[in-house]
Design a protein around this ligand. Sequence first.
Ligand code: PEP
Ligand code: MG
Length: 325
Amino acid sequence: RQAAYAALKDLPARTKDGTDVSLMLNAGLELDLDMMKQAGADGVGLFRTEFQFLVSESLPRVNDQIELYKTVLDKAEGKPVVFRTVDLGGDKVLPALNLQREENPALGWRSIRFALDHKGLFRRQLRALVRAAGDRPLTVMFPMVTVVSEFEEARDLLMKEVEWSAQRTGRTPAKVEVGVMLETPALAYGLKELAGKASFLSVGTNDLMQFFFAADRMTPHVSERYDLVSPSGLRFLKEVSDSCKTHGIRMSACGEATGTPLSALCFVALGFTALSMSAGSIGPVKQMIRSLDLQAFQPDFLAALDAPEQDFRNQVLALAADHGI
Ligand code: PEP
Ligand code: MG
């Protein structure tokens, strides 16, 4: 199998009927970038910048951040890299910040909420990203946005750093793209307001599904209750996909679910053409995509979603088998 996946490395993730899906890498460490070529990824769809914070005893200095981001861009060799700004708090505790214990950390002072309340830390990170890009394109996305005003506040801080960099160094990124992670159901119903403001949206299934199903992703007793391949999960994602199309928002997905061929199949059938996943998933997902006749599969899939059988997961599996996927 590994050999079969390796043989696909330089082939496009293109469906039989010609839809290209870009398969990107989820990364967080410098060494993850070495997997990019090996896995045949089209870029980095999620770079989790908080990893550098989590492995440091004290807050990483701006220069260390610049160095890491530069290396990541160098190693990507011009392929797109999406830097996700610090996603701290929740299950990602930072010893250096001495945060208070919370009753419900997943719902607490975390991610963009935390960043916007620690403006010094956040602005230093944004500065580091701008400096690291130099005159290369820069793509940044903000985690766990709930309301559009959080996105706007964070985007304004980033653009201020871009302006300052222009004044001080005379250099600005060739292009700045600012996107948002869709991790809270609330934002799914705020896409109308987000239109024209965010360059793109990336569905973070780990958080989004834990909130959607009210099932903690960290608690083994309940984490199995959140199943993306279920009528309610997929109907919700279909609404998101339709809403993105209506409002002209480019969409992609990251989060662990994208890496399983079955859920990746569901994403593609819902209209997603960019998926970011861990390196080991790229081969199996590419193989699935290359065996898919999307135009033939999609109507059957949507009909199943409309009138699901009791065991929906097996229904989708059987459907896939019928279609030779
Ligand atoms: C997600 O929530 O799906 C996601 C990609 O972010 P993380 O897993 O880092 O919280
Ligand atoms: Mg998340």
